[in-house]
Design a protein. Structure first.
Lengths: 356, 356, 356
């Protein structure tokens, strides 16, 4: 049974990944062709010629159109066939699916589900993207051989930080600090404050703290595939209240998970920060620290995925720290159930499934 | 459901590939042992000892017999067991299947189906093999990770040449020239003439033409796995009629496809030509050009095969240029249906299938 | 249907392979964590945290306990959970299976089946391990991509020696010497004497014989996975009776097969000998000869396994030399049937299988 939610906006790429070349991606198990039109807009087509199934990305651009590399059929950015060599008439079945695409803040979003439900107003954003006192910096893309549910769950799970990232994002001071979990509309939020403790490696390097700090982690997980980790520190003597976190060193680490298929996930990560906003050196140092930390996650998540795919004799146990992940998995299960029910009724309305 | 036709002659190897060594091949999913007997004839045995299943190709020759490398059972070129170490009596079940083999014009043909239907008179040949005004030259073997149907279909499909081989076998002059399709007995023929056009790269290099030419392509496809591409050019001012193609530079490119299994095909190719028949340099230049062109096909065919093996939501569309391929696929489907029906009745007559 | 017998002692490792590090093994398809406690005893745990399934071998030692590398759950060498970060109560389901382990003569034995049936008194041993006139030497570990039944069968099969090991353990003098087969309690024994013949390569190098010898091979196979090959030679003029083999050059080659899974077997081999017991050079020369010979077996056994996994049209035939292997396979089938029946009744008693 699929774990992949179709009716949602996913990050297909950073804007810088898409140019005039024909590039193939895999998203939700589907091959997708992305290229930038001459007017700068991005076209997204199912990457398979409807004739002999050659990926269109193996063809070539003719203006804003794509010409198949096998028999020369041409398709516009809307997926409609404009030419079939050897005949004058273009059959109505000669088209490829085109996917809604939106570009925001140098991020390319794609909608793989029912096109008529794609509402750009629901695309994730943050006011800080447009706030001049904040700096946004795109990091890298982590390729993880694991189902996306494991990756996402990890991002609403502050409890793993002390054990997986002991030298970068966490330290042993946090091991027994309780985690709060709540839902705020679309978001599941897990958070904790560690008061009056030694700063973690990250803020030692970045914030230049000399004494003890109050440290916070707020994990916001938006179903199915977007996470914001609001973390930061402030000198312990400031005794800042929870709602005044902007007074400290504050970083939003953003994770956009793209399920390539059931067994592979790309996690594109970036950050916004409210300090040292004019120096690229700070961006680089943050990237370096994230790269180490996310490599630690990747190692764990791939091992978990491999173990999930072996025969099981017992149900996994659930413990107190699992509240965030459990709410998340329940929400995804509900989304999938809605899509399953919807698909069944759609099929009853005449949809035709050729082969799966 | 299998796509592999059993009752047909297939090219197992070029003659030069077979010597006194025990060599293992895979044909129609079956392991086959080929070796040359002391009298020069070729033996073809199922490459699996009936005792503990070791491939006989891992054993050794004892005269014209093969001795298994595990327990020393010996088999003659007819597949009958001649010795079982440790006992005097040879059980009747101690044999391996022997396949009919015929060697013609340095080509080794094998029959993998019902042995009593193997008629050497039906093996493909051309009168030009024995015509001293023609030269035959064996090329190479293209290994393609694709079902053979895609490979064969490509060989009765002139329409792909302009798009897949724009710099070698085709050019844009041919894009919109209509293709004729007909059947001539066993063969499906697709052909077209491109009159008074610039010569293609191939004949520029080989024919030494300076002005425009009349160019022809005749694709003959013999079900299931043999193709002849009769192509050539003549100066446009000659205005040669279709039936006098021998007056121009004429080449027969032969393709012998061997389905290794459902996902892998070997395409052994060679050519016959009526010009420059005494110089090996011409052979080498033709080989070089074919290698480039067939590498272009391989790239396309493997991508198509990979895409066919992904989940499908739509039926592929068919267009006007598909007539040749469609007739071909229909003929193969009929052959398979005959074999399926035949196999059922054979099984009813006592055949025993141990496991599949 | 599984071929893996669970209620048996298997060799998990040589003692030298296990130290204070967390090491992961796979035995009978299960992931197993082995490490040496501070008191020198060996702990064996199912290598999968019951919480999020991370292999415990990816965590770290905290004294004699193991801490999971994801969320810090801790388990004692008995598999019981001792700590769950973030909560005080430890749920009863928080445990991992611990396997009975016994260490004897520098060999680590493990019991993967029902723990209450694990009787250390049934572990294989030989009196010569404690006999000062004999020398024991641990060889290597042969990794074979084959089901263990093929590997074991090979070890009660003297008939293959002439064909698989013609230059090391056998020669053509033995090809037609009959093999005796009998059962002695737990063991299946196959043996033969080759009287007054040229010594084989092994004893030419090791025994220093100049004239003809009497040579014996006794293959003892203990179901499911232990084999002893008692082989040796004595000068033909001694005419030693069968029961006085200690008067000749006598070697016990021991094979401990560990089924990693249905398709992979580790064969740990060692030997005991009654001559040249004080020189390590003799051990090394024996190891070298065994390495060549067992490499020959590996090649055969992997080819047989690969061929067994291809479609079959016929049943394999059985011949006279198969008596030992046939008794062996029958005994294993009976053990599996007992376990299958037992498992069914156990399941009826409330056992719960989550997923397979």
């Amino acid at each position: 049974m699929t774990t992949l939610v179709r009716n949602a906006w996913y990050v297909a790429a950073w804007s810088s990944e898409i140019d005039d070349k024909l590039r193939r991606f895999e998203i939700l198990g589907e091959p997708v062709l992305l290229y930038r039109r001459t007017d700068g807009e991005i076209a997204a087509l199912h990457d398979r010629c409807p004739h002999r199934l050659l990926p269109l990305s193996k063809g070539k651009r003719i203006g804003d159109e794509v010409q198949c590399g096998y028999h020369g059929l041409r398709f516009g950015p809307d997926g409609k066939c404009t030419r079939v060599p050897g005949q004058d008439k273009i059959p109505p079945s000669a088209f490829v699916d085109a996917y809604p695409v939106e570009e925001r803040n140098d991020i390319v979003w794609i909608w793989m589900g029912d096109a008529d439900r794609a509402d750009p107003a629901t695309i994730f954003t943050l006011p800080q993207f447009d706030d001049p006192s904040w700096h946004a910096h795109q990091g890298g893309a982590l390729h993880i051989r694991s189902n996306y549910l494991n990756v996402a769950e990890n991002l609403v799970d502050p409890a793993h930080v002390s054990f997986v990232h002991p030298t970068t994002l966490g330290n042993s001071a946090s091991e027994n600090v309780p985690v709060h979990v709540a839902t705020e509309g679309e978001a599941i939020v897990a958070w904790r404050w560690i008061r009056d403790a030694e700063p973690i490696g990250f803020f030692k390097a970045f914030g230049g703290f000399t004494g003890n700090v109050d440290r916070w982690h707020y994990y916001y997980l938006y179903t199915p595939c977007t996470a914001v980790i609001d973390f930061g520190s402030a000198p312990a003597e400031m005794q800042i209240p929870e709602e005044e976190r902007d007074r400290g060193n504050r970083v939003f680490a953003l994770h956009f998970m793209t399920p390539v298929n059931e067994n592979y996930t790309i996690d594109r990560w970036m950050h916004l920060r409210n300090t040292a906003i004019e120096t690229e050196e700070a961006s680089e140092r943050i990237d370096q620290m994230f790269q180490i930390a996310f490599g630690e996650d990747k190692d764990i998540l791939e091992a978990v995925h491999a173990e999930e795919n072996r025969p099981q004799r017992r149900r996994p146990i659930r413990i107190a720290i699992d509240r965030g992940p459990m709410v998340y998995r329940k929400r995804v299960a509900e989304m999938l159930e809605r899509e399953r029910t919807h698909d069944v009724s759609a099929a009853g309305n005449g949809a035709y499934v050729y082969h799966d």
